[in-house]
Design a protein around this ligand. Sequence first.
Ligand code: KIV
Ligand code: ZN
Length: 561
Amino acid sequence: MKNSSIRYACPPPVNISRRNWPSKTLTRSPAWCAVDLRDGNQALPNPMTPVQKKRFFQLLVELGFKEIEVGFPSASADDFQFCRDLIEQKLIPDDVTISVLTQAREHLIRRTLESLHGVRRAIVHVYTATSELHMNYVFGKTAAETEQMALAAIAMVRDGRKELAGSEILLEFSPEEFTDSELDFTVGLCDRVIETWQPRRGEKVILNLPATVERRMPNQYADMIEEFIRRQKHRKQSLISLHAHNDMGCAVAATELALLAGADRVEGTLFGHGERCGNVDLVTLCMNLQYLGVDTGIRFADIEKIRDELVELTSMPVHPRHPYAGELVFTAFSGSHQDAIHKGLSRAEELAERFGGWKIPYLHIDPRDIGRSFEKFIRINSQSGKGGIAHVLQQEFGIRLPRQLLIDFSQHVQRHTDKVQREVDAKELLSLLLESYVLQDGPVKLLKYWPRPDAEDPTKIHGEVHLEFHGQHRTLNGTAPGPIAAFVRAVKQLDLPFNFALEEYEEDAIGQTDDAEAITFVRLAATVAGVRKSVYGIGFGVNIDQAAVRAVVSGLNALLL
Ligand code: KIV
Ligand code: ZN
């Protein structure tokens, strides 16, 4: 490995006179063809059973795919039978066209056409490798021999389709290893494929131009597509199709740029299953286009359900950070991200108006658009901050903590997550909050509280408190302008080892209906054994008064414990 520039024979860039694609934008959806049941399935460690393939087919139909490559019928008895089952059991909706792959060889074409008897509409997809590497070194053929074989195969399908009376048979041709082939050769060959096929009026031949192995950067794929279209003779009778594999990890980018270059159609698989690093991932690609405002016709309304079902069908996991579908892609662990998301979501409408569409810090799309919920957005671990904690408590339980209390609570959370060395879920977070601030069962135990307005002077409240103090039943009375102050006055008559002050008080409702529960937050301060202490207490109740006195009891117990 002396000089890395000569270690690999990367294909040279194609000479292109003009380059229009960089200044284009994506505004229209390509036609989609899902090749999961052929290219995807052939690369699974455990190929799908016929039952699984049927379910997969239905799923693709449900998602909105109108073209589905269902197999390689001449290559295996299973694929042949699967195709027969779909046709004979009438499982193909009227608006869906199946496609079957075949090599350009006579006996294989014959068998392929046989598999299509009775079909309403189907695409016969013929492929032949056109790179020098393949033609010469794999098949031992010259370019001329390859062309002759390909054209003979096209003529055979053309003539053979006459025997499929009542079926509409369309043609797809792929020069395999297109991106590693001489452009002049593939353009000329594809022109002659169309001439041999002799399309009927209005009929288009699908010219599928694959990056069989990804050997180039995405801009070069786009260049090749733009130049192919420029040079071809029969643009109007062709549909330019993309089929990118992902060896360099750029299949989505390559396809997007090649669409800018003028392609009409895309082949790929859900979650990118396929040989080696897979095919272009249609989930990411479709969702990227949706994000750009292009209606793809494909609906991932419940992406998690689709993901889980596909994992089951293919036995292939989906990476937790897979765009759109991965378990963690709408989750923020870091405190600053959580805080920004929380702030953004709290002002979502205002932001949408300002930016002319949904836009939230650190979130690419609104997860609800693909059936994902807010609940898993923000996960709490030792990296998390106040924003995340606030968000989870608010979203999950409707609890909005006052700022100072939130700061105090985040220290409890930090200590806890450091101790347990893992993330905590929403329930655990709530338990931690209750354990830390809702202390009803300590030295002070409230039994009842009756606040009553004075019969003569309504600005005076008499509070009657029944409680246990260190296990002793006590009845205490206090009078003040408000029920909470009356309660505080009453409990100050206990033999407490400190004098306390109620320094902060905030109330809120959990929920927005008439029967919303009240929640109250207090901060009590006292000098206990010569040390100044400031503690928070939380109380819940059917009304504000009951919630408030419970919050004071929580605070007192915190001072006493
Ligand atoms: O990747 C490829 O080139 C293919 C062809 C058969 C279209 O799958
Ligand atoms: Zn492929």
